[in-house]
Design a protein around this ligand. Structure first.
Ligand code: 0WD
Length: 268
Protein backbone atom coordinates (compact mmCIF):
# COMPACT_ATOMS: atom_id res chain seq x y z
CA UNK A 1 0.00 0.00 0.00
CA UNK A 2 1.32 3.44 -0.96
CA UNK A 3 1.49 6.54 1.22
CA UNK A 4 -1.40 8.05 -0.76
CA UNK A 5 -3.44 5.00 -1.66
CA UNK A 6 -7.11 6.00 -1.84
CA UNK A 7 -6.25 9.73 -1.70
CA UNK A 8 -7.51 12.20 -4.28
CA UNK A 9 -6.17 15.55 -5.28
CA UNK A 10 -6.03 18.38 -7.81
CA UNK A 11 -2.86 19.64 -9.49
CA UNK A 12 -2.61 23.14 -11.02
CA UNK A 13 0.44 24.05 -13.13
CA UNK A 14 1.71 21.28 -15.37
CA UNK A 15 2.86 23.02 -18.56
CA UNK A 16 5.16 20.24 -19.81
CA UNK A 17 7.38 17.38 -18.64
CA UNK A 18 9.89 19.83 -17.10
CA UNK A 19 7.27 21.43 -14.84
CA UNK A 20 7.82 21.06 -11.10
CA UNK A 21 4.16 20.08 -10.78
CA UNK A 22 4.89 17.10 -13.05
CA UNK A 23 7.81 15.99 -10.86
CA UNK A 24 5.52 16.13 -7.82
CA UNK A 25 2.68 14.39 -9.69
CA UNK A 26 4.91 11.45 -10.59
CA UNK A 27 5.81 10.89 -6.93
CA UNK A 28 2.18 11.22 -5.81
CA UNK A 29 1.13 8.72 -8.46
CA UNK A 30 3.82 6.24 -7.41
CA UNK A 31 2.33 6.31 -3.91
CA UNK A 32 -1.19 5.60 -5.13
CA UNK A 33 -2.83 9.05 -5.42
CA UNK A 34 -5.58 9.72 -7.95
CA UNK A 35 -5.44 13.21 -9.45
CA UNK A 36 -7.34 15.72 -11.55
CA UNK A 37 -5.39 18.32 -13.52
CA UNK A 38 -5.80 21.79 -14.97
CA UNK A 39 -3.98 23.44 -17.85
CA UNK A 40 -3.85 26.96 -19.24
CA UNK A 41 -6.70 27.43 -21.74
CA UNK A 42 -5.50 27.08 -25.33
CA UNK A 43 -5.69 30.28 -27.38
CA UNK A 44 -6.42 28.39 -30.60
CA UNK A 45 -8.96 25.59 -30.03
CA UNK A 46 -7.92 24.14 -33.41
CA UNK A 47 -4.41 23.55 -31.98
CA UNK A 48 -4.86 22.63 -28.29
CA UNK A 49 -1.16 22.54 -27.39
CA UNK A 50 -1.47 23.03 -23.63
CA UNK A 51 -4.18 20.41 -23.34
CA UNK A 52 -2.28 18.04 -25.64
CA UNK A 53 0.94 18.27 -23.64
CA UNK A 54 -0.89 17.65 -20.37
CA UNK A 55 -2.97 14.81 -21.81
CA UNK A 56 0.11 13.00 -23.06
CA UNK A 57 1.60 13.09 -19.56
CA UNK A 58 -1.36 12.35 -17.33
CA UNK A 59 -3.55 10.02 -19.38
CA UNK A 60 -1.13 7.13 -18.81
CA UNK A 61 -1.60 7.78 -15.06
CA UNK A 62 -5.34 7.15 -15.48
CA UNK A 63 -6.36 10.81 -14.97
CA UNK A 64 -10.12 11.17 -15.23
CA UNK A 65 -10.28 14.93 -14.90
CA UNK A 66 -8.45 17.43 -17.09
CA UNK A 67 -9.78 20.96 -17.41
CA UNK A 68 -8.70 24.32 -18.78
CA UNK A 69 -8.31 26.90 -16.04
CA UNK A 70 -7.03 30.45 -16.21
CA UNK A 71 -6.45 31.22 -12.54
CA UNK A 72 -7.17 34.89 -13.24
CA UNK A 73 -10.80 33.94 -13.85
CA UNK A 74 -13.07 33.18 -10.89
CA UNK A 75 -15.51 31.37 -13.18
CA UNK A 76 -12.77 28.98 -14.34
CA UNK A 77 -11.82 28.20 -10.74
CA UNK A 78 -15.47 27.70 -9.80
CA UNK A 79 -15.92 25.25 -12.68
CA UNK A 80 -12.84 23.26 -11.71
CA UNK A 81 -13.90 22.87 -8.08
CA UNK A 82 -17.49 22.05 -9.08
CA UNK A 83 -16.15 19.33 -11.40
CA UNK A 84 -13.83 18.03 -8.66
CA UNK A 85 -16.77 17.85 -6.25
CA UNK A 86 -18.77 15.88 -8.78
CA UNK A 87 -15.89 13.56 -9.66
CA UNK A 88 -14.33 12.96 -6.24
CA UNK A 89 -16.78 14.27 -3.61
CA UNK A 90 -13.98 15.22 -1.25
CA UNK A 91 -10.30 15.99 -1.79
CA UNK A 92 -7.19 15.08 0.19
CA UNK A 93 -4.75 17.53 -1.37
CA UNK A 94 -4.26 20.39 -3.82
CA UNK A 95 -1.00 21.39 -5.54
CA UNK A 96 -0.65 25.01 -6.72
CA UNK A 97 2.39 25.35 -8.98
CA UNK A 98 1.54 28.48 -10.92
CA UNK A 99 3.41 31.74 -11.39
CA UNK A 100 3.73 34.37 -14.10
CA UNK A 101 5.08 37.88 -14.65
CA UNK A 102 4.96 39.71 -18.00
CA UNK A 103 8.45 39.32 -19.41
CA UNK A 104 8.92 43.07 -19.99
CA UNK A 105 8.19 43.73 -16.31
CA UNK A 106 10.25 40.80 -15.06
CA UNK A 107 13.28 42.10 -16.96
CA UNK A 108 12.95 45.60 -15.51
CA UNK A 109 14.31 46.78 -12.19
CA UNK A 110 11.62 46.25 -9.55
CA UNK A 111 11.11 50.00 -9.15
CA UNK A 112 10.36 50.29 -12.88
CA UNK A 113 7.66 47.58 -12.93
CA UNK A 114 4.42 48.87 -14.46
CA UNK A 115 1.22 48.99 -12.43
CA UNK A 116 -0.49 46.54 -14.76
CA UNK A 117 2.53 44.21 -14.73
CA UNK A 118 2.53 44.25 -10.94
CA UNK A 119 -1.19 43.49 -10.76
CA UNK A 120 -0.98 40.65 -13.28
CA UNK A 121 2.06 39.12 -11.56
CA UNK A 122 0.47 39.31 -8.11
CA UNK A 123 -2.86 38.04 -9.40
CA UNK A 124 -1.43 34.92 -11.05
CA UNK A 125 1.45 34.24 -8.68
CA UNK A 126 -0.15 35.03 -5.31
CA UNK A 127 -3.88 35.78 -5.37
CA UNK A 128 -4.55 32.59 -7.34
CA UNK A 129 -3.23 30.59 -4.37
CA UNK A 130 -5.65 32.34 -2.02
CA UNK A 131 -8.51 31.83 -4.50
CA UNK A 132 -7.64 28.13 -4.87
CA UNK A 133 -7.38 27.66 -1.09
CA UNK A 134 -10.75 29.36 -0.58
CA UNK A 135 -12.47 26.89 -2.88
CA UNK A 136 -10.36 23.91 -1.82
CA UNK A 137 -11.20 24.22 1.88
CA UNK A 138 -14.82 23.35 1.08
CA UNK A 139 -13.76 19.99 -0.37
CA UNK A 140 -10.68 19.07 1.65
CA UNK A 141 -11.08 16.46 4.37
CA UNK A 142 -9.64 17.05 7.86
CA UNK A 143 -5.98 16.04 7.50
CA UNK A 144 -6.05 17.41 3.93
CA UNK A 145 -3.23 19.54 2.65
CA UNK A 146 -2.45 22.37 0.21
CA UNK A 147 0.98 22.99 -1.29
CA UNK A 148 2.40 25.90 -3.27
CA UNK A 149 5.80 26.43 -4.88
CA UNK A 150 8.00 29.31 -3.90
CA UNK A 151 11.58 30.53 -4.24
CA UNK A 152 14.27 32.09 -2.03
CA UNK A 153 13.88 35.36 -3.97
CA UNK A 154 10.79 35.96 -1.81
CA UNK A 155 12.91 36.03 1.35
CA UNK A 156 16.01 37.90 0.20
CA UNK A 157 17.21 39.72 -2.90
CA UNK A 158 18.10 37.53 -5.89
CA UNK A 159 19.23 39.89 -8.68
CA UNK A 160 17.09 39.31 -11.79
CA UNK A 161 14.16 37.80 -9.88
CA UNK A 162 12.77 41.32 -9.43
CA UNK A 163 8.98 41.63 -9.27
CA UNK A 164 8.58 37.87 -8.90
CA UNK A 165 10.48 38.11 -5.59
CA UNK A 166 7.85 40.56 -4.33
CA UNK A 167 5.12 38.11 -5.43
CA UNK A 168 6.82 35.20 -3.67
CA UNK A 169 7.09 37.22 -0.45
CA UNK A 170 3.32 37.79 -0.59
CA UNK A 171 2.77 34.13 -1.44
CA UNK A 172 4.83 32.97 1.55
CA UNK A 173 2.92 35.30 3.84
CA UNK A 174 -0.32 33.85 2.41
CA UNK A 175 0.92 30.36 3.32
CA UNK A 176 1.11 31.47 6.96
CA UNK A 177 -2.27 33.22 7.10
CA UNK A 178 -4.02 30.36 5.29
CA UNK A 179 -2.33 27.80 7.57
CA UNK A 180 -3.76 29.67 10.54
CA UNK A 181 -7.23 30.05 9.08
CA UNK A 182 -7.62 26.50 7.74
CA UNK A 183 -5.80 24.85 10.64
CA UNK A 184 -8.98 24.74 12.71
CA UNK A 185 -10.47 22.44 10.04
CA UNK A 186 -7.41 20.20 10.21
CA UNK A 187 -6.16 21.41 6.81
CA UNK A 188 -2.43 21.99 6.42
CA UNK A 189 -0.97 24.69 4.13
CA UNK A 190 2.69 24.66 3.14
CA UNK A 191 5.15 26.01 0.60
CA UNK A 192 8.06 24.24 -1.02
CA UNK A 193 10.94 26.57 -1.76
CA UNK A 194 12.77 24.88 -4.62
CA UNK A 195 16.31 25.56 -5.79
CA UNK A 196 16.65 26.53 -9.48
CA UNK A 197 15.43 23.96 -12.01
CA UNK A 198 15.29 24.39 -15.79
CA UNK A 199 11.62 24.78 -16.73
CA UNK A 200 9.53 26.91 -19.09
CA UNK A 201 9.03 29.65 -16.51
CA UNK A 202 12.59 29.74 -15.15
CA UNK A 203 13.83 30.38 -18.71
CA UNK A 204 12.29 33.87 -18.33
CA UNK A 205 14.56 34.70 -15.38
CA UNK A 206 17.68 36.48 -16.60
CA UNK A 207 21.06 34.87 -15.97
CA UNK A 208 19.45 31.58 -15.03
CA UNK A 209 22.40 29.46 -16.21
CA UNK A 210 24.80 31.46 -14.05
CA UNK A 211 22.44 30.99 -11.12
CA UNK A 212 22.64 27.22 -11.60
CA UNK A 213 26.47 27.41 -11.65
CA UNK A 214 26.48 29.57 -8.52
CA UNK A 215 24.24 27.16 -6.61
CA UNK A 216 26.40 24.22 -7.65
CA UNK A 217 29.41 25.83 -5.99
CA UNK A 218 27.92 27.73 -3.11
CA UNK A 219 25.37 25.24 -1.74
CA UNK A 220 26.51 23.05 1.17
CA UNK A 221 25.80 19.93 -0.93
CA UNK A 222 27.93 21.42 -3.78
CA UNK A 223 25.35 20.59 -6.42
CA UNK A 224 21.95 21.61 -7.72
CA UNK A 225 18.80 19.80 -6.71
CA UNK A 226 16.95 17.52 -9.11
CA UNK A 227 13.28 17.71 -10.04
CA UNK A 228 12.90 14.30 -8.47
CA UNK A 229 14.14 15.61 -5.11
CA UNK A 230 11.59 18.42 -5.27
CA UNK A 231 8.94 15.82 -6.17
CA UNK A 232 9.84 13.67 -3.17
CA UNK A 233 9.54 16.62 -0.78
CA UNK A 234 6.19 17.55 -2.35
CA UNK A 235 5.06 14.00 -1.61
CA UNK A 236 6.27 14.30 2.00
CA UNK A 237 4.44 17.59 2.58
CA UNK A 238 1.20 16.29 1.07
CA UNK A 239 1.29 12.95 2.85
CA UNK A 240 0.57 11.97 6.41
CA UNK A 241 4.35 11.90 7.05
CA UNK A 242 4.03 15.69 7.45
CA UNK A 243 0.84 15.57 9.55
CA UNK A 244 2.32 18.00 12.10
CA UNK A 245 3.73 20.46 9.53
CA UNK A 246 1.82 23.57 8.48
CA UNK A 247 2.62 27.21 7.70
CA UNK A 248 6.07 26.06 6.59
CA UNK A 249 8.10 26.96 3.50
CA UNK A 250 10.52 24.09 3.23
CA UNK A 251 13.73 24.67 1.25
CA UNK A 252 14.77 21.97 -1.20
CA UNK A 253 17.88 23.71 -2.49
CA UNK A 254 20.95 21.67 -1.44
CA UNK A 255 21.11 23.98 1.59
CA UNK A 256 21.88 27.14 -0.46
CA UNK A 257 19.60 29.28 1.72
CA UNK A 258 21.81 28.93 4.83
CA UNK A 259 24.83 30.55 3.15
CA UNK A 260 25.41 34.25 3.77
CA UNK A 261 28.80 34.50 2.05
CA UNK A 262 30.44 32.41 -0.70
CA UNK A 263 32.99 29.73 0.16
CA UNK A 264 36.60 30.71 -0.62
CA UNK A 265 36.94 28.27 -3.57
CA UNK A 266 34.03 29.70 -5.57
CA UNK A 267 34.59 30.35 -9.33
CA UNK A 268 31.65 31.99 -11.09
O1 0WD B 1 13.65 27.07 -10.84
C1 0WD B 1 12.45 26.94 -10.89
N1 0WD B 1 11.87 26.49 -11.99
C2 0WD B 1 11.62 27.28 -9.69
C3 0WD B 1 10.26 27.42 -9.80
C4 0WD B 1 12.32 27.47 -8.40
C5 0WD B 1 11.43 27.73 -7.31
C6 0WD B 1 10.08 27.88 -7.46
N2 0WD B 1 9.50 27.73 -8.70
C7 0WD B 1 8.05 27.89 -8.80
C8 0WD B 1 7.56 28.85 -9.84
O2 0WD B 1 7.68 30.19 -9.42
C9 0WD B 1 6.10 28.42 -9.92
O3 0WD B 1 5.38 28.93 -8.82
O4 0WD B 1 7.46 26.66 -9.15
C10 0WD B 1 6.20 26.90 -9.76
C11 0WD B 1 6.14 26.11 -11.05
O5 0WD B 1 7.10 26.62 -11.93
P1 0WD B 1 7.85 25.77 -13.06
O6 0WD B 1 7.50 24.34 -12.93
O7 0WD B 1 9.26 26.21 -13.05
O8 0WD B 1 7.24 26.40 -14.38
P2 0WD B 1 6.22 25.94 -15.53
O9 0WD B 1 6.49 24.54 -15.94
O10 0WD B 1 6.30 27.00 -16.58
O11 0WD B 1 4.81 26.03 -14.78
C12 0WD B 1 4.23 27.21 -14.37
C13 0WD B 1 2.87 27.24 -15.00
C14 0WD B 1 2.71 27.85 -16.38
O12 0WD B 1 3.45 27.52 -17.33
P3 0WD B 1 3.74 28.61 -18.54
O13 0WD B 1 5.24 28.51 -18.68
O14 0WD B 1 2.96 28.09 -19.67
O15 0WD B 1 3.32 30.01 -18.10
O16 0WD B 1 1.97 28.10 -14.38
C15 0WD B 1 0.83 28.06 -15.20
C16 0WD B 1 1.22 27.58 -16.55
O17 0WD B 1 0.86 26.25 -16.76
N3 0WD B 1 0.18 29.34 -15.36
C17 0WD B 1 -1.14 29.47 -15.23
N4 0WD B 1 -2.10 28.57 -14.94
C18 0WD B 1 -3.35 29.00 -14.93
N5 0WD B 1 -3.70 30.28 -15.15
C19 0WD B 1 -1.41 30.82 -15.50
C20 0WD B 1 -2.77 31.21 -15.44
N6 0WD B 1 -3.16 32.46 -15.67
N7 0WD B 1 -0.25 31.46 -15.78
C21 0WD B 1 0.72 30.55 -15.69
Amino acid sequence: MGLLTGKKGLVFGIANDHSIAWAITQKLHEEGAEMGFTHLPDKDPERPRMEGRLRKLVEPLGAKMMMPCDVQKDEDLDKVFAAAKEMYGQLDFVVHSVAYAPIEDLKKATHACSRSGFLTSMDISCYSFIAVAHRAQELLVPGGSILTLTYLGGEAVIPGYNIMGVCKAALESSVKYLAFELGAKGIRVNGLSAGPLKTLSSSAVSDFDNMLKLYGQMAPLKRNVTAEEVGKTGLYLLSDLASGVTGECLHVDSGYHVMAAPPSDIKV
